[in-house]
Ligand binder design. Structure first.
Ligand SMILES: *[C@@H]1O[C@H](CO)[C@@H](O)[C@H](O)[C@H]1NC(C)=O
Ligand SMILES: *[C@@H]1O[C@H](CO)[C@@H](O)[C@H](O)[C@H]1NC(C)=O
Ligand SMILES: *[C@@H]1O[C@H](CO)[C@@H](O)[C@H](O)[C@H]1NC(C)=O
Ligand SMILES: *[C@@H]1O[C@H](CO)[C@@H](O)[C@H](O)[C@H]1NC(C)=O
Ligand SMILES: *[C@@H]1O[C@H](CO)[C@@H](O)[C@H](O)[C@H]1NC(C)=O
Length: 398
């Protein structure tokens, strides 16, 4: 590859090396949608995310993990390891009626893993194209797919712009009526665990959750956790985060009960920074989803595995980031090595003080530009209309 693949792609592969001697690990790759930096318990103690916090704190918090500022480009990276400017997906996201796609000649992570004997499943959001079957998940390395093709939809009805968007493999599928998306996804994930043998099989389970993308929809009991918050939209958004946390908790309990945890690598990340314009919060970082500020591109993320735990009394975060302070105090102290920028709000332009660094970075930019491919961002095509496909967003129009 002529580019450096994004960090998370390496995290998955490095995880496999780390487990080296033993059987390759089960890989559970969880992606939250539009989750802000300050919307997780390990960054903000007002958030109720006990299941995620537990794994983040006992695993390794990726405190400087960068993602693309919007959805499709990031998912492109998660699936191929290529930067989007090498696949043509660098311009915005794929809209429902636009015939955009991840080109079929790029090998995906699940395709590679299948070559290594993995069984591969996706539950949740695709958003890498569906105008032709060849761009859809079961043609891109996944043994099974339950979820939706587009970037967003109703959490209960699965409708988007007058079209229904929910499938099991290639067939239109209707989950139990009124069931919330986070529950549908976790139930399917557990069903997959029941179909895989933790000793004989090797599982790659890609879980791109709908949570916590707009629209703001959540069963009341999650919203009520945040009764103290006076802004309705923020209360709903936080509730959506807690529903996601519960779904992850259900999946990790199932992983443990069914004997997967002895040899499992869990990766968690958001796809981009939080949209503060809907109710997310990226503080202290500046900016939001769609921007190149840290708030748009620095993702809340961690990796976890039981196999990373050792009995020397230190957590992995202590081992990586420093020792000596109680866990609860470590996160926001400056007394140990900070891997991120020292100016999280990005208000100080230090370019003129660092001409060498600037020139090195500009050189890097030209290097990358030399191999950039033009963005493939075709106009809307009326042939995509769900009316042509029995009311469903469907392949068959490009
Ligand atoms: C895929 O095809 C495009 C267009 O022909 C080409 O630019 C690109 O290098 C190919 N990528 C791979 C990984 O083969
Ligand atoms: C989807 O594909 C998987 C793997 O082949 C299979 O186990 C499952 O039964 C299929 N589901 C449906 C509804 O066809
Ligand atoms: C988690 O599991 C519990 C117990 O089965 C269930 O009541 C709850 O709805 C599940 N939550 C999610 C988000 O899947
Ligand atoms: C919520 O309100 C209760 C009652 O006033 C208070 O005890 C609690 O600390 C508040 N929680 C937060 C997170 O502000
Ligand atoms: C993580 O990043 C935040 C924001 O830049 C910073 O305040 C904190 O010190 C960092 N934590 C670690 C462990 O480096």
């Amino acid at each position: 590859m002529d580019s450096s693949p994004p960090l998370l792609f390496f995290a998955v592969l490095a995880g496999m090396v780390l487990f080296g001697a033993a059987k390759p690990p089960h890989i559970i790759f969880i992606v939250a949608d539009d989750l802000g930096w300050n919307d997780v318990g390990w960054h903000n103690d007002q958030m109720f995310t006990p299941n995620l916090d537990k794994m983040a704190r006992a695993g390794v918090i990726l405190n400087s993990s960068y993602v693309q500022p919007v959805c499709t480009p990031s998912r492109n990276c998660f699936m191929t390891g290529y930067y989007p400017f090498h696949t043509g997906l660098q311009h915005e996201v794929i809209h429902p009626s636009h015939p955009g796609y991840l080109p079929a000649n790029f090998t995906t992570l699940p395709q590679k893993l299948k070559q290594l004997g993995y069984t591969t499943h996706i539950v949740g959001k695709w958003h890498l194209g569906f105008c032709d079957w060849k761009y859809t998940p079961t043609y891109r390395g996944f043994d099974s797919f339950m979820g939706y093709y587009n970037g967003a939809e109703d959490y209960f009805t699965h409708i988007r712009d007058n079209g229904y968007d929910f499938r099991f493999n290639t067939s239109v599928h209707h989950p139990p009526e009124g069931e919330y998306s986070a529950n549908v996804i976790s139930a399917r994930a557990v069903e997959i665990l029941d179909s895989v043998d933790p000793v004989r099989d090797q599982l790659y389970l890609y879980l791109p959750f709908q949570s916590v993308h707009a629209p703001l929809e959540v069963p009341e009991r999650y919203e009520n956790i945040y009764a103290n918050i006076s802004t309705k939209s923020r209360r709903q958004y936080c509730g959506m985060v807690s529903a996601l946390d519960e779904a992850v908790g259900n999946i990790t309990s199932a992983l443990r009960d069914r004997g997967f945890m002895d040899n499992a690598l869990i990766v968690f990340t958001t796809d981009n920074g939080g949209p503060t314009f809907t109710a997310a919060n990226n503080l202290p970082l500046r900016g939001a989803k769609t921007t190149l500020w840290e708030g748009g591109t620095r993702g809340a993320a961690f990796v976890y595995s039981d196999n990373l735990l050792q009995n020397d009394g230190y957590t992995n975060n202590e081992r990586w980031y420093g020792r000596g302070e109680p866990v609860a105090h470590r996160q926001f102290r400056g007394s140990f090595r900070t891997l991120g920028v020292p100016d999280p709000t990005e208000h100080h332009d230090i370019a003129s003080d660092n001409p060498d660094v600037v020139s090195k970075l500009l050189g890097r930019l030209s290097f990358h530009k030399a191999t950039m491919v033009p963005a493939n961002f075709p106009p809307a095509d009326p042939a995509s209309d769900p009316k042509n496909f029995g009311g469903n967003w469907s392949p068959g129009w490009c």
